[in-house]
Design a binder for this molecule. Structure first.
Ligand SMILES: [Zn+2]
Length: 115
């Protein structure tokens, strides 16, 4: 039985492509409160129509928000931004009842300040 490496050619994909979504987490402070709200929701994987319904705004406004967010956090696509969202959930989510927060961590508003 052979053991396959989980990396391609032994090189980490993040190292090979030079794209590490963790680096974008540091840029979240550039976003407005509304943009952080949109980014958190983007992490759920919903499409623009569903995002518009959830946020109570027009689909074209959702597209504009996402374009701004992608640019501000130094990404190229909404998928990359969604990955950043999932990585940064604890910093983006202000819902104290959210079960994804760990009890020992400081409240989200203490870690990320509005732009
Ligand atoms: Zn949450």
């Amino acid at each position: 039985m052979t053991t396959r490496s989980v990396t391609v050619n032994g090189n980490c994909s993040y190292r090979r492509t030079g794209h590490d979504p963790e680096s974008a987490v540091l840029r979240l402070a550039r976003l407005t409160g509304r943009e952080r709200e949109v980014l958190l929701l983007l992490g759920t994987g919903l499409g623009n129509r569903e995002l518009a319904r959830e946020l109570g705004i027009a689909e074209r406004t959702v597209k504009a928000h996402i374009a701004n967010i992608v640019e501000k956090i130094g990404q190229r696509t909404r998928t990359q931004a969604a990955i950043v969202s999932a990585l940064a959930h604890d910093a983006l989510c202000a819902d104290r009842a959210c079960t994804r927060h760990r009890m020992t961590e400081p409240a989200p508003e203490q870690r990320i300040r509005a732009a």
